[in-house]
Design a protein around this ligand. Structure first.
Ligand code: PGA
Length: 270
């Protein structure tokens, strides 16, 4: 099935930095300031992109204060949220708290949450719904491990995660969703999937969204690739038709490198 081209819809490229469990609030403030400087110096180097950072919960407030007070052209998101809104859930963070801190996005189902914390597809679907209840845009992470890639069933596996994650969403919610395809074997390993692997899966995800919802939803949903993205490999990946952004881990901790990723369009033009 062919889907409408990127340019016909407002799929602004999303360059997302997942800081994981790095950067306390002092370090995070410093990184954000450096990033804002690097982005503004390079402003003439990059086109229309949205840059988002996902700091640890305890760093979010400092990040939000800087974004607000200095009028930075950046948005923030949480790395996780509770499927519940409030109550006796020790250690959990409500989407309501993230929204109050000005977060626009929240990661749901990062592979480190799925594996280390045993999060199931059912829990993740509840988290996706919780995000929408608090006007947060979920970034639903999906992707296969090495064994599944080697068995050749990576598309079926990833689409099953997608179907479970978007269960019971309205078409309007689905159109706002962001999906991040992150092959687990490429996360933090230096192994990057080729642009054609990213396109294969993002194309399959878009086709699946068209059949689960409709062609308009499929054309509007932004699809990211994640896994060892760096300034050097980002342009070729982002040049693929169905890749609308990147979710960056390690390289997002280096302000200059991350700003260069946001400037991918210049490299493509040059
Ligand atoms: P990486 O992490 O860029 O360090 O591979 C990506 C991610 O886990 O989101």
């Amino acid at each position: 099935m062919s889907t409408p081209a990127n340019s016909a819809y407002d799929r602004t490229p999303l360059i997302a930095g997942n800081w994981k469990m790095n950067m306390d609030h002092v370090q995070g403030s410093s990184l954000l300031q450096h990033l804002a400087e690097a982005l503004s110096e390079a402003k003439h180097n990059y086109g229309r992109v949205e840059v988002a950072v996902f700091p640890p919960f305890t760093t979010l407030s400092a990040v939000q204060t800087l974004i607000q007070d200095d009028g930075l052209d950046l948005v923030s998101g949480g790395q996780d949220l509770s499927p519940f809104d409030s109550g006796a859930y020790t250690g959990d963070i409500s989407g309501q708290f993230l929204a109050k801190l000005g977060c626009k996005y929240v990661l749901v189902g990062h592979s480190e949450r799925r594996t280390i914390h045993g999060e199931t597809d059912e829990t993740l679907n509840a988290k996706v719904h919780a995000a929408y209840r608090h006007a947060l845009t979920p970034v639903l992470c999906v992707g296969e491990g090495l064994d599944i890639r080697q068995a050749g069933t990576h598309v079926q596996h990833t689409l099953a995660q997608l179907r479970a994650g978007v269960d019971r969403l309205s078409t309007q919610q689905a159109a706002e969703l962001v999906v991040a395809y992150e092959p687990v074997w490429a996360i933090g390993t230096g192994e990057v999937a080729g642009p054609e692997d990213a396109q294969e899966m993002c194309g399959a995800i878009r086709t699946e969204l068209a059949s689960l919802f409709d062609a308009d939803v499929a054309a509007r949903t932004r699809l990211l690739y994640g896994g060892s993205v760096k300034a050097g490999n980002a342009p070729a990946i982002l040049n693929e038709t169905d890749v609308d952004g990147v979710l960056v881990g390690g390289a997002s901790l280096d302000a200059a490198e991350f700003a260069n990723i946001a400037g991918f369009e210049r490299q493509l033009a040059g």
